[in-house]
Every structure is written in structure tokens, then in C-alpha cells.
Ligand binder design. Structure first.
Ligand SMILES: Cc1cc2nc3c(=O)[nH]c(=O)nc-3n(C[C@H](O)[C@H](O)[C@H](O)COP(=O)(O)OP(=O)(O)OC[C@H]3O[C@@H](n4cnc5c(N)ncnc54)[C@H](O)[C@@H]3O)c2cc1C
Length: 501
């Protein structure tokens, strides 16, 4: 590449979580000397503002930006998250926990789940949560960061965050502006394409000004202002696999105990989230409009809040799927402009993060080589597909037959890749992480076991250890985890001492 062919100007359209995460990342990695970075957003249109729960990779993103984590939690009025509690999913009345981190300890090259299932089959290890520090701490509303404690479980505590999405965008905005990103307020009303090759030449503002750039990042939310409306990327619709298509969101007053986990409670035609922040609890009811009306969904949501509602309920329609191509010519889409998988496992913000890191590894010059673009699009599609399959599992592997919605989910056709994972689990309880997929074997195990799937028998390789030895090692792990959870401070006290808003 010659210096002259370098990208000199970048325009980001949209100032929601995706826009400001992009601006912050580019300003950190590329710096303002590399290219002029402009972000356009419209206060009049506003942001979606409902992405409040994350997964542990968020801490890596914060570290990449060099953020002080306590300051980040304080300024976004956030809290810590050790996993997700799933209520009424496998069957009504049944609860399980999908923890971050690993269960127990792999031993002699054999995964911990295999040993657990061996004892579980004998009725001796009823509770998988006993082997996860995150699950035990969550149960007691405890939290702390890992400390240097040798072999103790306290040396390795995986966690993520809950935060106020509006405050997060403001926080990142300050960060990006300090590093040279220029913000322009106003509405984009048109996108101009170059006549000879169809690349984006400029975006046109309401006052008639044209803003040109070498590279455009579409972070305009569901509307996909450039990627779809101008470049016609097309959309792969997955609503037959994930039939929820609406959410009603409402914050409510906080309660005394700040639970260090997200709760997802299955309802008749979808599910309800509960996300505790320092100043309020975020709630929402995600449901399928084919099986439930907005009024009924709102009534169910309002009847199941911990405290007084703090605002009017807001309806957010969505369509599960992704753009056929997230990168077209000189425009790449991040966030909701690129696609959306419902928030059951809090993966949308991670998809922005992975989109940014994958885009930076394929960062273009002004030649915009098609091979780079194709590779990016292929990898991002795989990211979406792998998460999609994990989400479908929660709906499909259920005993629920109490509503037409659950009958549909339980009996629907599923992608072959997921069907194979389920067959393999049912055989010997084995779970695998495929290639670079986001969710690891612990997550797959947590949800398959949690959704009441049964293996015909345990992994025969677990028999490398005698039954006596297996009992004694698992008892030891369980005890170490219980002691560690006891040692941890209450979540609320930890926040008070370190990062109270
Ligand atoms: C119901 C629901 C719950 C969710 N929960 C979670 C969660 O728990 N965890 C998680 O990780 N993610 C969650 N998400 C996803 C998360 O909210 C989004 O991924 C994230 O907020 C990114 O949004 P965005 O920036 O792409 O879009 P938006 O927030 O919609 O931002 C779009 C931006 O584009 C600007 N814009 C649009 N059109 C124009 C125009 N013509 N001119 C100028 N500016 C324009 C807007 O002003 C705004 O600044 C959830 C999403 C939904 C719908």
C-alpha cells in the first residue's frame, strides 16, 4: 500500500452504543493522526437505549480502551453480572443458572462435565451449580474481582456488567471526543453514491451540507440508513427459528439487594428480563406478536416488577436476523444496522465488539479489496449463526406445552448444526466449542443440562478415574467453591466500596 492510498477520513453515522464504541475504538487504535473521524448523530431520533447486560468479553473491550473499570461502573450506574438465571424455561417451576467461567476442573484430560454426569446419574451430584463459584456467589448475592489466591477458585472469577446504555454512550462519547473524534449533530436525509462504482460518496444533512469520507460506518440502528437503504445489502430473516419480534421495556424502582446476575423468566409467548442497576432495575418483556398482543404483554410485564415503574412502557419492534452482507463497498455496518439477535444471552454488544475487532484485522485502504470484504462478511455471518443456534436451544429444548408458542418452539425445525449438538449431548453428555464460536462447552452444558436434556449415559472416558476418587475430588471442589463464595462480600457492599454512582 502506498501512503496515498490510506483511508484518510471516516464517517460514523449513529451515536448509539455501536456508534460510540466504533468511535472510541478507532480513536484508540488508529488515532486521530491516521484519519479524520467524524460521528453524526441526531438527538431528535435518539438511541434505542435498552442494551444493558453484557458478557465477560466486555472487560476485554474496556481494557483495550484503557478504561478504569471502577470509573466505568460508577459513571454508567452499573453493577456486576456473574451469569444469567433462567426461570421456567425447561418446565414451569424449574430454575437453572448459566454461569460465566468454568464448572469445576477438567481432570486427566477429561472435561469436568463428564465426571459430574457420572455422579449425577447415580443421584449423587444433584446440583451442577455447586461446582461453579459464579453460580454459588450469585445465589448469595456476593461479588468480588479475582485475587491472587493460588489454586483457590477466587483466583479466577469471570464477570461482566449491567449498565445504563444511555450513560454508556455518553461515557464513550467523552472518551472519543478527547481523542479527536468530531461529533456533528443533525439528521442525515440522503446518501449519495458515486456514479461509476456505486461507492458511498457522501451523506447529506438536513441543512443540505454534504459530508464526504473514504470509509462510512453505518451505526444508524435498525433502519440501516446506508447499508440497506442506499446499498441494498439485503436481510436474512430468522424469525421462523426465533419467533419473538417485539419487546416492551420499562424501568422500575430498585430494591435493597442488587443481584449480581440477569434474570430471564419464560412467559407464555416469550420471556421477561430483569437487570439490576444502581439507580433502577431494567425490565422488558420479549414476545412474539403472533401469539400475544402488546396490551397483554404490557400487562404481564407490569404485573411482574419489583418496584414502581419509573417511566411509561416502551414498545420496540425488531426482526431477528442479519444483513446478507455487513460490509458492502466502502460501508461497514455495526450494531443494529448490521443485524439483531434477541437479547436472551446479552450478545448484541459483543457482536459490535467482535465486528470491530474483525474489521480492524481486515482494515481496508482506499482500494477496498473484495477478498478482505468477503472474508469479513463470511466470519461475521458465522458469528451470527453460532449465537442463533445457542439461542434456539433455549426455546427448543423444553418440556413446556402450556401455550401455542411453546408448542411451536418445542416442535419446530432447527438448524442441522444445532440438531447435531443435541444428538451428541443426548448420547454421552458431551459438549464442544466449535472453532471460534462465542459460547464454550461450559455454556452449552449449562443450557442443555439446565433445559432438562438427558444423556443416555455419561462419557465412558470419565471411567479413567475410579468412582471413589471421582467422589472425593468432586467433594473437594464443591467445598472449595462453597468456602470461596462464603468469603466474598455482598455485591452491594462491593459496589459501595469501589464504584458507587
Ligand atoms: C429489546 C432489546 C433489548 C436489548 N438488550 C440488550 C442487552 O441486554 N445486551 C446487549 O448486548 N444488547 C442488547 N440489545 C441490543 C443493543 O441495544 C444494541 O445492540 C446497541 O444498543 C446498539 O444499538 P445501535 O447503536 O446499533 O443503535 P441505536 O441505539 O438505535 O442508535 C442509532 C443511532 O443512529 C442515529 N441515527 C439514526 N438515523 C439517523 C439519521 N437519519 N441521521 C442521523 N442519525 C441517525 C440515532 O440518532 C442513534 O444515535 C437490546 C436490543 C433490544 C431491541
Amino acid at each position: 500500500m502506498t501512503e496515498d492510498n490510506r483511508i484518510r477520513s471516516i464517517v460514523i453515522v449513529g451515536g448509539g452504543t455501536a456508534g460510540w464504541m466504533t468511535a472510541a475504538t478507532f480513536s484508540r487504535i488508529l488515532g486521530s493522526q491516521y484519519a479524520n473521524i467524524t460521528l453524526i448523530e441526531s438527538d431528535e431520533i435518539g438511541i434505542i437505549g435498552v442494551g444493558e447486560a453484557t458478557i465477560p468479553q466486555m472487560a476485554t473491550f474496556n481494557r483495550m480502551l484503557g478504561l478504569d473499570e471502577n470509573q466505568f461502573v460508577r459513571e454508567t450506574k452499573g453493577s456486576f453480572k456473574l451469569g444469567i438465571q433462567f426461570v421456567d424455561w425447561g418446565r414451569v417451576g424449574h430454575t437453572y443458572f448459566h454461569p460465566f467461567g468454568k464448572y469445576g476442573l477438567d481432570m486427566q484430560g477429561v472435561s469436568f462435565h463428564a465426571y459430574f454426569l457420572r455422579l449425577h446419574e447415580l443421584g449423587e451430584a444433584p446440583d451442577i451449580d455447586a461446582f461453579s463459584l459464579q453460580a454459588q456467589a450469585a445465589r448469595g448475592n456476593k461479588f468480588m474481582r479475582a485475587i491472587d489466591a493460588g489454586n483457590s477458585p477466587l483466583s479466577d472469577i469471570a464477570y461482566a456488567f449491567h449498565f445504563d446504555a444511555g450513560l454508556y454512550a455518553k461515557f464513550l462519547r467523552r472518551y472519543a471526543e478527547e481523542r479527536g473524534v468530531v461529533r456533528r449533530e443533525g439528521r442525515v436525509v440522503d446518501v449519495k453514491l458515486r456514479g461509476h462504482d456505486g461507492f458511498v460518496q457522501s451523506v447529506v444533512m438536513q441543512d443540505g451540507t454534504e459530508v464526504e469520507a473514504d470509509l462510512f460506518v453505518d451505526c444508524s440502528g435498525f433502519r440501516g440508513l446506508i447499508i440497506e437503504q442506499a446499498l441494498k445489502a439485503g436481510y436474512t430473516d430468522w424469525s421462523h427459528y426465533l419467533p419473538c419480534d417485539r419487546a416492551i421495556a420499562v424501568p422500575c424502582a430498585s430494591v435493597d439487594e442488587w443481584t449480581p446476575y440477569t434474570r430471564c423468566t419464560a412467559r407464555k409467548a416469550g420471556w421477561q428480563w430483569r437487570i439490576p442497576l444502581q439507580h433502577r432495575i431494567g425490565n422488558g418483556h420479549v414476545f412474539s406478536s403472533k401469539y400475544m398482543s402488546d396490551d397483554e404483554a404490557t400487562a404481564i410485564l407490569l404485573a411482574n416488577l419489583d418496584g414502581e415503574p419509573l417511566a411509561d412502557p416502551r414498545t420496540v419492534p425488531f426482526r431477528t436476523g442479519h444483513r446478507n452482507k455487513l460490509w458492502v463497498k466502502n460501508c461497514v455496518a455495526m450494531g443494529l444496522a448490521g443485524g439483531f439477535l434477541e437479547p436472551l444471552e446479552s450478545t448484541a454488544i459483543w457482536l459490535i465488539q467482535s465486528g470491530l475487532s474483525r474489521f480492524l484485522t481486515m482494515f481496508p485502504d482506499r482500494g477496498f479489496n473484495q477478498a478482505d470484504i468477503d472474508r469479513f462478511n463470511r466470519i461475521m455471518t458465522t458469528d451470527y449463526e453460532e449465537i442463533r443456534d445457542f439461542l434456539i436451544l433455549h426455546y427448543h429444548a423444553t418440556e413446556r406445552s402450556d401455550s401455542p408458542f411453546w408448542d411451536y418452539c418445542r416442535t419446530m425445525e432447527i438448524p442441522e448444526r444445532l440438531a447435531e449438538k443435541m444428538r451428541v449431548f443426548r448420547s454421552h453428555g458431551r459438549c464442544f466449542r466449535e472453532n471460534e464460536e462465542l459460547f464454550n462447552d461450559t455454556s452449552w452444558f449449562a443450557v442443555m443440562h439446565g433445559q432438562l436434556m438427558k444423556a443416555q449415559s455419561h462419557d465412558p472416558v470419565a471411567d479413567v478415574m475410579s468412582l471413589g476418587e471421582t467422589r472425593s475430588r468432586l467433594a473437594h471442589i464443591r467445598e472449595a467453591i462453597a468456602n470461596s463464595a462464603d468469603y466474598m462480600p455482598r455485591h452491594r457492599d462491593f459496589i459501595r466500596q469501589n464504584c458507587a454512582a
